[in-house]
Structure formats: C-alpha cells, structure tokens
Design a protein around this ligand. Structure first.
Ligand code: FES
Ligand code: FES
Length: 149
C-alpha cells in the first residue's frame, strides 16, 4: 500500500511516498537520489548496501521502509569529507573497482564509533559480512586500523 513516510537521513528530514515494504536501498537511491549506497546481491549477502541505523550497520536491501521511520539513517554521503577513515582509504589505496567500498566504509564507521581503536581481529569481524570481489580486503583492514589510531 502506498503511503507517505517521514524519514531522517543524514540528519535531514525527508518525505517519501511509496509502498511501505519498499526496501530502504531503493528509497535511498530512487527517491532520495543518494546513489552512494549500492545494490550488490539484493539478498542480504554482500554488504554493498550497508547503511547505519541508530548506530548499527544494516543491509538496506532487505530492510523495509516502514521499519526505519523515526530512526536515524546514515549513508556514505553523510560522512565528513575529511574523516580519518576516508583519508586512510585513500592513503592505503584501499579499493580497486570501488563498488563495495561505501558499504565497507559504513561497517567500519559503525565499528570505529563504537570501539574507538579496534584491533585487527575486531576489524576483520566487523567487515566479515562485506564482500569484495577485487580482493582489496587486506588494504581495507589496514586503512581501518590506521583510522582508529
Ligand atoms: S545488496 Fe544488500 S547485502 Fe547485497
Ligand atoms: S574494490 Fe571492487 S569489489 Fe571491492
């Protein structure tokens, strides 16, 4: 059923009119023009669509719109341009094609915000559900570790 919903995305109030079961990923990309969040598998298996909701990383492809009303939704577009994490990803050249990176950066952001200075094991666990077909994981782990220092 089509309804109008009020959302908070990256600290800004947004209104969208669509079916209540629409995946958040489609709302972000197609209704709010936030294309940084990527469609990978659409099945909750790859992490390309990760966003942060109330401090926790979730797969936006299998999260229905109705369930995020009243919550604080954060996407890659909301991260500061000069954040240590972004800087370290550039310094470590922690990407190849870049398709998976926004989801990985969101997982890493949630980790750094909750634990501050995680060790290697914690970083690997936090990124465990993010796939990277280019095999850039080692560089990404290094970038997250350096950002936490
Ligand atoms: S697109 Fe959402 S987990 Fe793959
Ligand atoms: S950098 Fe290409 S999929 Fe991760």
């Amino acid at each position: 059923m089509v309804e109008t919903f009020q959302l908070t995305v990256n600290g800004t109030a947004q209104e969208v009119t669509c079916d209540r079961d629409t995946p958040l990923l489609y709302v972000l990309r197609n209704h709010l023009n936030l294309k940084g969040t990527r469609f990978g598998c659409g099945l909750g298996l790859c992490g390309a669509c990760n966003v942060i909701i109330d401090g926790r990383t979730i797969f936006s492809c299998d999260t229905p719109l109705w369930s995020v009303v009243g919550k604080n939704i954060r996407t890659v577009e909301g991260l500061p341009a000069d954040s240590p994490l972004r800087r370290m990803f550039v310094e470590e050249q922690a990407a190849q094609c870049g398709y998976c990176v926004s989801g990985i950066v969101m997982s890493a952001t949630a980790l750094l915000e909750s634990t501050g200075n995680p060790d290697e094991r914690a970083v690997k666990e936090a990124l465990d559900r993010n796939l990277c077909r280019c095999g850039a994981h080692n560089r990404m782990v290094r970038a997250v570790l350096r950002a936490g220092e």
